[in-house]
Design a binder for this molecule. Sequence first.
Ligand code: NAP
Length: 248
Amino acid sequence: MPPGVLLVTGGSRGIGAATARAAAEAGWSVALTYRDDEAAAAAVVADVEAAGRAAVAVRADVAVEGDVLAAFAAAERLGPLTGLVANAGVVAPRARVDEYTAERVQRLLAVNVLGTVLCCREAVRRMSTRHGGAGGSVVLVSSAASRLGSPGEYVDYAATKGAVDTLGLGLAREVAGEGIRVNVVRPGIVDTGIHAAGGQPDRVARLAPTVPMGRAGRADEVAAAVVWLLGEGSGYCTGSVLDVAGGR
Ligand code: NAP
């Protein structure tokens, strides 16, 4: 299926912003969601438009069902939705399991798991041939944490990404006969603002030397993998999990 309309959650910064820009270059019109940073979202919209594609930014917390519905409605105003990148995700401050609060874990689950599931539900309702749709392509942004476990940092975050991996595997098989491909990308340590947001502004510099390739990844390197999985070049891939982690 050629590029059409794509929704990128968390498209204002980091990997999501890089994905929105790369997708526009590949021919996708892009709706993106953001939570707080309206100026960053507007900058991405301007870049997508400069690439000659339509764009819209919607403030939405993916953990809130009404926000997700509004984001999909805004995306559909650009045309029939054929792509979803479920990228919005959060970490929490470094802590051991024996230090967690229920509130902390609930927030991680709400954004990273519930939010991703809700977005998948809305995508399938629109794309599935079972519902009269034309098919589409879904990419879930997980993390290498799902197979490393993140001991001493955030095991709960890693567990939410394990859920994302499994969601991708199951959904891919559930809708493979309905015109929808579903694949998962697992970034390693990527230089974005998420580390500072989780209280570790030095995390990339500290851990980059431990990566087999000896450096952190860039958001555009993850975006390239995501856009490939979205597009026709990966047409026989579904249920795939692609590590973009420098060998980590
Ligand atoms: P980031 O730079 O912190 O950007 C996060 C994006 O998500 C922003 O656009 C933010 O919006 C948005 N967002 C945050 N909470 C949201 C919510 N509740 N609802 C909707 N949007 C929300 O993060 P990133 O590093 O690009 O991470 C993107 C994804 O990659 C996440 O799922 C993360 O777990 C995963 N990942 C990242 C790394 C890494 O090393 N960076 C590694 C593995 C996996 P605002 O701009 O408005 O805040």
